[in-house]
Design a protein around this ligand. Sequence first.
Ligand code: RP5
Length: 164
Amino acid sequence: MNTPFVAVLMGSDSDLPVMQATLDLLKTLEVPFEVRISSAHRTPEATARYVKEADARGCGVFIAAAGLAAHLAGAVAANTLKPVIGVPMEGGPLNGMDALLSTVQMPGGIPVACVAIGKAGAKNAAYLAAQILGLGDAALAQRLSSDRQAKAEAILAKANVLQH
Ligand code: RP5
């Protein structure tokens, strides 16, 4: 069986500046991934086709980012039994609240794990995907553990600086 990869979808290339944080972290954590611009509304058939094909090729986790009436994560979840992480984008007059509710309010039986709006969500989508894949990959779990430790040490070092 191939090593599971993460498929990162976004509804528009206008989502890329925020979603770059997801791609950077997956790279840092050495998680294999591929990226597609694919829209639930503008390219619905292509989205469904890609999800089924990526699933069959060994995708382990899907990440789907979209803004406004954000139906991409739900459309992905409708076409796979693999875990789907939704990232609400913050653009638009409602600052992402529309995307948050559209992403998180899935009907029972078709789950989407929805993370925070915008940059924090983009980062956590990568961490959550890595944690899921880390359940079956001890080396990846170790890289996650080292990353968390390094972040804690960086904060403690800053606290020390403030005390002096
Ligand atoms: C959503 O609409 C996209 O995910 C994006 O966040 C938003 C705006 O898309 P563009 O008009 O910038 O292509 O589908």
